[in-house]
Design a protein around this ligand. Structure first.
Ligand SMILES: NC(=O)C1=CN([C@@H]2O[C@H](COP(=O)(O)OP(=O)(O)OC[C@H]3O[C@@H](n4cnc5c(N)ncnc54)[C@H](OP(=O)(O)O)[C@@H]3O)[C@@H](O)[C@H]2O)C=CC1
Ligand SMILES: CC(C)(CO)C(=O)C(=O)O
Length: 324
């Protein structure tokens, strides 16, 4: 009998907790890197998922570092600015063949290693720590659509079935057997998966969604549904999307859906608070570098005016700093 693939998930918050609970519940061989109260709670009681269809609690092997043995898949599920802190904790688990799947919002570090997004590199990977630790050839680019939160340590709530879009970071136009195997593991656990032959466009679309909603959600302390239905917030969102569209075009990504379609998605997202608003309420550092500063540095490099984005990012950073 062939052993089940070994999966390590580093970072057990809203998303890492949701995916881990679903994987463990489906019988996958999954272990986690966690810390503090979350680590203690997982060890004491297991990981609880309050999902859209059912609630269950599942035991999971948890430690402060990844196992010393090679894993078949390493998932990184932290805020973008926390990624570098994981490097020393997961090093021993990654060899030249280990696929690395970052489930993280914003412009990913690997997209800025060279090419049109290079001017955002220092913002998303200061000192190239991530580039050195995770060679692009091993990285699986990812976009996450989920509505998850962690109300208590090791208790995660997921309001809808989560969906991941996956594609090789290094190869455009290629969906291979390795990706299909990962899709199989994730979909067996009930996670919706779509494979993309060029993951950069879905990443840019998700970034547009996040940049148009996450900072505004902090400034207005509003849910997605409220921002997507009120006339004033819809006007600001439309301005942000126009600016993201212009920056994307300068970088060669022209496939952003129409603004009206994105506004419809936001309006129909329900009374959900974005991950950035959750961070604000918890007094945590806001994920503005990979979602905001990265875009303003690209805009600066290409000479694209982004006055609305600049103002939103500045005000959100200012408001975030008041609560820390
Ligand atoms: N929540 C959602 O619905 C969605 C989130 N996303 C994106 O997914 C990514 C993950 O978000 P989310 O799950 O919400 O974030 P959370 O903040 O809920 O979870 C991150 C977790 O990682 C832990 N962590 C960070 N650094 C380390 C470390 N060095 N060692 C051990 N644990 C560590 C944090 O611990 P601690 O609390 O101690 O810092 C925290 O528990 C983000 O990029 C987010 O924008 C995307 C789509 C939807
Ligand atoms: C799409 C959205 C807003 C869903 O929660 C998200 O990505 C986030 O919360 O950061």
């Amino acid at each position: 009998m062939v052993d089940a693939p070994k999966i390590c998930v580093a970072g057990i918050g809203a998303l890492g907790g949701t995916f881990t609970a679903m994987l463990a519940h489906s019988g996958a061989n999954v272990s986690v890197v966690a810390r503090g109260a979350t680590l203690q709670a997982i060890r004491a009681r297991g990981l609880e998922l309050q999902g859209p269809a059912s609630t269950f609690c599942t035991p999971v092997a948890a430690a402060e570092r990844a196992p010393d043995t090679r894993q078949d898949l390493l998932v990184l599920a932290v805020k973008a600015h926390q990624l570098a802190t994981l490097v020393p904790l997961v090093k021993a688990t990654v060899d030249a063949g280990t696929p690395v799947l970052p489930i993280v919002n914003g412009i990913p570090w690997w997209m800025t290693v060279d090419g049109p997004f290079e001017s955002a590199h220092e913002t998303v990977d200061p000192g190239s720590v991530l580039t050195a630790a995770f060679p692009t050839a091993q990285v699986i680019g990812c976009v996450a659509y989920a509505f998850a939160s962690m109300p208590l340590p090791a208790v995660v709530r997921s309001d809808r079935q989560p969906k991941l879009v996956l594609g090789r970071a290094a190869q455009q136009g290629c969906v291979d057997a390795g990706l299909a195997q990962i899709e199989n593991i994730l979909s067996t656990a009930g996670i919706a998966v779509e494979l993309s032959a060029d993951i950069r466009q879905p990443i840019w679309t998700k970034l547009a969604f996040n940049l148009a909603t996450n900072p505004l959600s902090v400034l207005c302390e509003a849910t997605l549904e409220k921002m997507g239905t009120a006339e004033d917030s819809r006007a600001v969102i439309s301005d942000v999307l126009a600016e993201v569209r212009a920056v994307g075009a300068a970088c060669g990504l022209t496939g952003l859906p129409p603004t009206s379609a994105l506004l419809d998605v936001i309006a129909s997202a329900g009374p959900h608070e974005t991950s950035m608003l959750q961070d604000f309420r918890a007094g945590r550092l806001l994920e503005l570098d990979a979602m905001g500063e990265a875009v303003t540095s690209l805009a600066g490099a290409y000479g694209v005016p982004t006055p609305t984005i600049n103002t939103l990012v500045r005000l959100t950073r200012f408001k975030g700093a008041q609560c820390r």
